[in-house]
Design a protein around this ligand. Structure first.
Ligand SMILES: Cc1cc2nc3c(=O)[nH]c(=O)nc-3n(C[C@H](O)[C@H](O)[C@H](O)COP(=O)(O)O)c2cc1C
Length: 411
């Protein structure tokens, strides 16, 4: 049995009872949903992106589509959602209400404006309502408003810096997070612009622009709105590796607080996000798919993990992996060979096929015993066989300067 660990953290001077937050998205769009999420145990909510009253909201439905794999229907979720149908006048009231009902939780709101006046008005009104933190959506794949209409504001370094200054000027001491997109040439330059402009932190990142699919008989794209479709923002497990890289790049190069978001689906993902530099983790697709109750497993998994690792706080994880992330040319070059644990091999032949047609033809197949074997002379240790082994009985044996190291992947 494990003792319940204290999972609380301090995030931009806001007390969070765990590092797990509901991101600006459908789970925080209805007041009752935000309420239910907080009641279920999430540490805070970022209310879905709101705008000033005269901003016309033009949402199209069906707005969701997805793609899957053989074992998982939703590997990636696409949406053409843009912004909340609820304007700032509703959100002000919700912030006041949620602050009263949940004084120990973080009540934040996401905003998007078309002009300096809009951005600053949104901030002033949220501050007056008592919001704990403001997140600025600079990265909705459906585009921004105002002069950057149709493209993501965070794709322009100048616009990012300019609008961040406007927001921070109005926010003053209220913490501001800028939600950016990984779809830029140089994420570090964007993060530097956010820091220069005085923001307190970065949300890294958001959904990623995508096209979810095309019906091969009608050639109609997904989501299908009467025969036509559009580009979607992709979320869920499919984008986790992109988010990990985005967080790591920023954390390695810019001294700024990061809130990790995009593809986290369980507590292990959250640990990885924090290990590459985020201080907390936001979730959207997970609670949309499996419900607010997922917070229970996130907390219990994190508590077990902290105990197992001898950490006293989730903050002990932050940045732990960063010193080990190097550029490819700075990596050592061990002598690497595939090692198959034949006693546990199920004889499926997948490693043999992959090595024959996608590796270096180093694995041969004995059709009498139905077992593979590795030719050490031919094996370059590329690890393709390890990727396809369904029962994880292949490791890479690495040798460097007389020392041996085994590489296996636990996912
Ligand atoms: C249907 C839908 C609507 C969303 N609406 C917003 C929004 O209004 N503002 C925003 O900043 N992000 C919005 N997001 C993005 C999420 O907050 C989150 O950044 C993204 O889904 C990646 O996280 P995940 O992989 O945990 O879902 C939306 C996501 C989805 C799926």
């Amino acid at each position: 049995m494990y003792k319940t660990k204290d999972l609380s953290i301090d995030f931009l001077c806001i007390h969070l009872d765990s590092p797990f937050i509901l991101s600006a998205a459908p789970p925080t769009d209805e007041l009752d949903m935000a309420y239910n999420g907080l009641k279920a145990g999430w540490a805070g909510v970022i209310l879905k992106t709101t705008s000033v009253e005269d901003n016309p909201v033009n949402l199209k439905n069906p707005m969701m589509s997805s793609f899957g794999s053989m074992s998982n229907k939703v590997v990636g979720l696409g949406n053409i959602d843009l912004i909340s149908q609820f304007h700032i006048n509703d959100i002000e009231e919700r912030v006041k209400y949620l602050k009263k009902e949940f004084p120990g939780k973080m009540i934040a709101s996401s905003i998007m404006g078309a002009s300096k006046e809009d951005w600053q008005n949104l901030v002033w009104r949220l501050k007056k309502a008592g919001v704990d933190l403001i997140e600025c959506s600079f990265s909705c794949p459906q585009g921004s408003m105002g002069e950057e209409a149709g493209r993501m504001l965070a794709q322009s370094i100048e616009a990012t810096e300019k609008v961040t200054r406007w927001v921070k000027e109005a926010a003053d001491k209220t913490p501001v997070l800028i939600k950016i997109t990984p779809q830029v040439t140089d994420i570090v330059e964007v993060a530097k612009a956010v820091k220069r402009a005085g923001a307190d932190g970065i949300t890294a990142s958001n959904t990623i622009p995508s096209l979810l699919g095309v019906d091969i008989h009608t050639f109609e794209p997904y989501p299908n709105l009467f025969g036509e479709g559009s580009y979607s923002g992709l979320s869920g497990p499919a984008i986790k590796p992109i988010t990990l890289r985005t967080i790591a790049e920023i954390a390695k190069n810019v001294d700024i607080i990061i809130s990790g978001n995009g593809g986290a689906f369980n507590w292990r993902d959250a640990v990885e996000f924090m290990a590459v530099g985020s201080s907390n983790v936001q979730f959207c697709t997970l609670p949309m798919h499996f419900g607010f109750r997922t917070i229970r497993d996130l907390k219990s998994g994190m508590a077990h993990y902290l105990q197992e690792m001898g950490f006293s706080s989730p903050m002990d994880i932050v940045g732990k992996a960063l010193p080990k992330i190097k550029s490819q040319e700075d990596l050592v070059n061990p002598e690497s060979r595939s090692e198959i644990n034949i006693d546990k091999c199920i004889g499926c032949g997948l490693c043999y096929t992959a090595c024959q047609d996608g590796g270096h033809m180093a694995i041969s197949w004995n059709s009498d015993t139905r077992r593979p074997s590795v030719d050490e002379e031919k094996c370059t240790g590329c690890a393709m066989c390890m990727q396809v082994c369904p029962v994880d009985v292949i490791n890479m044996k690495e040798k460097l300067d007389g020392k041996v190291h085994y590489f296996s992947e636990t996912r």
